[in-house]
Design a protein around this ligand. Sequence first.
Ligand code: F6P
Length: 490
Amino acid sequence: MIWTKEMLEQAIKEKMGDYRFIIASNREPYIHEYSGKKIKCVQAISGLTIALDPVMQASGGIWVAYGSGDADKDTVDKNNKIRVPPENPSYTLKRIWMTKEEVNGYYYGYANCALWPLAHIAYEKPLFDAFDWGYYETVNRRFAQNILKEISNGKSFVWLQDYHLTLTAKYIKEKRPDAVISLFWHIPWPNPEVFRVCPQKKEILEGLLSNDLLGFHIRYHCHNFLSTIELELEAKVDWEELSVVHQGHKTLVRPFPISVDYEGISTGAKSVEVEKAMQGISDSIDPPYEILIIGIDRVDYTKGIIERLKAVERFLEKYPQYHGRFVFLQMGALSRIHIKSYKLLIDNIQALAEEINWKYGEGSWYPIVVKNIRLDYTSHLALYRAADLCLVSSLHDGMNLVAKEFIAASVDKKGVLILSQFTGAARDFAKEAILVNPYDSEGFADALHMALELSPKEKRERMERMQQILAENNIYRWAGKFISNLLKLE
Ligand code: F6P
């Protein structure tokens, strides 16, 4: 059975009854920004918001998130609310505000310098700062207060998102133990030996266990979480049921592999606008090429961009017959740039690309083009569709939706996906994608060669199989499954 937006809409209407549906995340789905004196509305670059936006469009609930845009305050009503998406308003976005100190401590500090590296184990040391933790608590409490206002006197399902909001459920339950609360963890959960160094581990785990349902992408992360609980808390872990009872409260722990709107993306990729944008791609890339290899990421050290460049370098060394024939286009959307390791990464990527280009460039040809710009949706789809190869080389990734978007947009079925074995997505496409270990340049270079040498028939067959898997396991199925689990808890 293929889940559709309409089916999800119907299921929610039928089953939710008079419950309010409230989602909360740090990142907001739509950001208002000043462009000169005009205000423009842009979609956030985040797997989380892109995946949940169609779900919210189907459910019509309330999404509480931090208003990060410089024009956000000027576009909301007196309750800090705005209907979105702008072109077809179907749900309410409620923005909450933070001071610069709070953003610095809670978001840049505790969430992204402590929890992010802790969970990803990409060899970036986590930094735990007591002041950052204080801001993290304050902001989590603010989320809870805002959600409580929305719950008011009614009945609600609350769906929290990600590592920014580990304490929110606890603060809500203190006032409203009857609210049904869940959290989906969008990044990996590390093994207990890694997690144990966190000075605030007890508070974080107790906060998470205030949820009634906890979702991770894959079973492996559920197991890591349960092992962490066994090691750190006095709680009863049931490995059969995948649940934890702590201080009399039960939390169900379940895998829900997140996905994308397969139908929406593939329909979009066939549009006239995308076809027009595809025609402009070669003009926008300086070196001449016959084979287009792409990488599209938020510039983050967990994405393995440096490792990807090293693999391209090794490929150039090993397979000189490809010199002059391909270009590798690395598109990066900048994020978290106030964090030193992110700033450094941007420079390191640029420096390595220049070095490789200098070594291998001949005449007007050079192999690597790095662009740090944020693409609009149409250009995104055009690039996916035009690419012969897409490289996803994360050192560790909860799922990785770029891989899934590429599959959905590859309507000509000529593209090949090279996928890190350390992504959640690798479990879905273990046979059809070409799996690599990003730390192994030698194997990665050979994988590039193998991918380029596949016959058009094999490329098509692999892509068709991946598309079938994705069509069945789309974002509506993910949301439908999560929500049905949530409803069983009322
Ligand atoms: O999926 C992981 C995640 O951290 C999301 O929580 C987040 O929205 C996305 O990556 C982008 O990160 P940020 O919101 O910090 O730019």
